[in-house]
Design a protein around this ligand. Sequence first.
Ligand code: BES
Ligand code: MN
Ligand code: ZN
Length: 498
Amino acid sequence: MKSQAITSNFTEANAEALAVAVFKDEKASSGVIKELDSLTGGSISSIIKSEEFKGESGDIAYFVIEAKGKVKASRLLLIGAGDKADYAAKDVSPLSGAAARYLRKRNVKSFAFLPRCEGDAVEIAQNAMQGVVTSKFDLDKYRKDKNAKEINSFTVCVEGAKAADLKKGLDRGQAIGDGMNMTRDLANEPPNILTPTEMANRAKKMAKETGLKCEILDEAKMEKMGMGSLLSVSHGSAEPAKLIVLRYEPKKSTGKKGELLALVGKGITFDTGGISIKPASGMESMKYDMTGGATVIGTMMAIANLKPSVPVIGIVAAVENMPGGKATRPSDIVTAMNGKTVEILNTDAEGRLVLADAVHYAEKQGATRIVDMATLTGAVIIALGDINTGIMGNDQGLVDEIIECGKEAGENFWQLPVGKDYSKGIKSDIADVKNIGPSRKAGTIIGAVFIQEFIDKAKWAHLDIAGTAWADESTPHHSKGPTGVAVRTLVKLVERSQ
Ligand code: BES
Ligand code: MN
Ligand code: ZN
């Protein structure tokens, strides 16, 4: 898709359609809406008057532009932006995305978009572009009848902005949108295709294309390093586990000396539950149990293209959780890389087992801040639904920073507590820790405090994305399916530490 920036009047835009944000209760009596009203022979004021279109978010109106000659576009799309007072850069991507999805269905190939947002032009253009890029993702990869018709040219119009700022924003939006789509494509893959080995191959290919360093640790290597917790999960599977390590190293670093941020992801390519097997109904959804790992890969891809001036390491524990003759049994005791022994009482609490060794490995690699992400618990879906990602951690500063980055990016995080009263729940009679709590209480927190046992000195935050990583319904701007949650927030976190 080509992208362009216009800093003069929108009438210059060379596109088939114009898409314009319109605020709640806005009248066609001034500014661009007035200009557009006259181009459409008063149609805008007429539908506003009839209350067919009120500018509420989600409202859409589509017109033919009759006044040929004054403007190149022949179609006009109004998209409701809601209250003007609440409208910020992060709200631009759902609008551009909704416009792109609407127009693409109608076979429109090029459109110009007026976000009408005040603030930083780079951020506005970035959001506009990211919305269009991520609107394209669909579940049709394995279908002959594809939904997607292509938008091949997108123009963002911000009158009075600097062209260079808009151009920069467009490139950034492409990078972030591509990263999100990478995450979503991986999460959408069926588990017979996306095995741990294939996940490693995809990461390797991406790394080669974007200039990241990539190292894949095989089971022999992990065995040698003592990753008994991670490997206990792959024992039941015919597919060997892989630890994917991606490194972004800037030419010149401006971050604090000695600081290293690690992004660590749960990459369970399929979670049957193992010997503590899950019920058949709904088990198919467990193909998405590698989304934490996919989020690391997508974020690292975005970072490789954005080139911030701080180093980042991405680590993915890619493992399949299957029952089998060699599978781990409830009551088995394994030794993790940090020397702690773990009594495994439920083989379906496997995400924490792979993350235990992955976060320890991150710290061994020099990480001073670790953010892990995982579809870790069903309990977080009960607690927060698909609206908020659960966040927990040992450092309030880091947790606050991620929540803040989320607010700027338009992603919601809600903190749950951790602490020694919860940690007591995973004390084992026979080993250092056990992998489940004494009851079903506080399931999400118990998952977090288990991982915390394997953090030594690093500042650490844990994101439970089980509820937010997959959308059961489509929205005007996104297909249903994998959402790419947390990529935008994590990019902000990285860029803040420059
Ligand atoms: N991958 C699941 C978490 C999950 C469950 C995500 C349902 C989405 C929907 C995880 O490995 C798991 O099975 N967790 C168990 C933990 C329990 C055995 C302590 C759970 O949440 O039931
Ligand atoms: Mn499980
Ligand atoms: Zn799982």
